[in-house]
Design a protein around this ligand. Structure first.
Ligand SMILES: [Zn+2]
Length: 309
């Protein structure tokens, strides 16, 4: 072959190789450059809430994520280079590694993406036998009808969460009492028959103890339900809600905005209970998280919420 043709051919081959390889290389190299990820606490177990922090070299207009199929909704710091999300691992998640995907859209429309496996350890939750009236273990036809109607009410309340964070600072306990230790995550045997995982934290509050909102938000449910008794649900935005059960008196109505620490109800012993107490649930994108661990998270100041779908 003549030197000229050999040079031309090798140039063409090199160009072809560059064309074939460059999109993959550019994606792998460039898209992850300038993205950092931090998760607090460092060790997660089933039931753990967490704060995810994404750091970028450039300003982003939106940051979205996905964890175990749940959308992770971010809000920005003041400069749009640091973005935060409160997320978590459902109490019934098996230990293992779960993928977290992050996608940041920069001001110029390009994307930065990051994929990381999140290790989930096994939390040491106990099995606890409990006794409740039989009507809560084997509900009759009328009760089943009420339970089905309750489900519609709850599904509607849980369906939509505000696109901006309504919380102001850290989440605070709903009353000045130590919670019943390790009540979150217990596997409960009701009358030796029915097993269910306890998806909240119990406080042994005397009846009529004032119950405060754990953070600011909007009331999306406020009525008596069969199992829950007097029940209030507050939407804090970005998929995060708090649930208060067994209340004797509800002092808010659906649609009302409440401030962190505002009294929303009085505690009681309504619904499926073994005695007077407040049950507090924390729900993130359908997952139930340990409220006590949420109170330990230092929540960054909110600025602008990501325009998430
Ligand atoms: Zn409970």
């Amino acid at each position: 072959m003549l030197p000229f043709f050999r040079r031309t051919l090798s140039a063409v081959l090199a160009l072809g190789a560059a064309i074939a390889l460059s999109p993959r290389l550019v994606h792998a190299d460039d898209s992850a450059v300038g993205v950092s990820l931090a998760i607090s606490p460092a060790h997660l177990a089933n039931g753990s809430p967490c704060l995810i922090t994404v750091g970028l070299h450039e300003e982003a207009s939106t940051v979205t994520g996905k964890l175990q199929g749940h959308p992770v909704l971010f809000f920005s710091g003041t400069d749009h280079r640091r973005w935060f999300a409160i997320a978590g691992i459902d109490v019934e998640t098996a230990p293992g590694n779960y993928p977290l995907a992050i996608d940041a859209t920069l001001s110029d429309g390009t994307h930065r993406t990051l994929h990381q496996d999140i290790a989930v350890e096994e939390a040491p939750y106990e099995k606890v036998p409990l006794s409740v009236p039989d009507r809560f273990v084997e509900p009759n036809a009328a009760a089943l009808k009420k339970i089905a109607a309750d489900k519609i009410v709850k599904d509607k309340a849980f369906a939509d969460s505000a696109s901006k964070p309504a919380w102001t600072g850290n989440f605070l306990p709903p009353l000045h009492l130590a919670p019943q230790s390790d009540s979150f995550g217990n596997q409960r045997m009701f009358n030796g028959k029915l097993a269910s995982v306890h998806r909240g934290l119990d406080y042994r509050a005397k009846p009529s103890t004032p119950v405060a909102a754990i953070n600011s938000g909007r009331v999306v449910l406020a009525q008596p339900l069969y199992y829950e008794g007097g029940c209030v649900v507050i939407d804090h935005g970005l998929g995060l809600m708090s649930v208060y059960m067994h209340l004797s008196k509800i002092q808010v109505t659906v649609g009302r905005k409440v401030r962190r620490g505002q009294v929303i109800a009085l505690s009681g012993a309504t619904g499926r209970v073994t005695g007077p107490h407040l049950h507090l649930g924390v729900r993130w994108q359908g997952s139930y998280l340990d409220p006590a661990k949420l109170f330990q998270i230092s929540v960054p100041k909110t600025s602008v919420a990501s325009q998430n779908p």
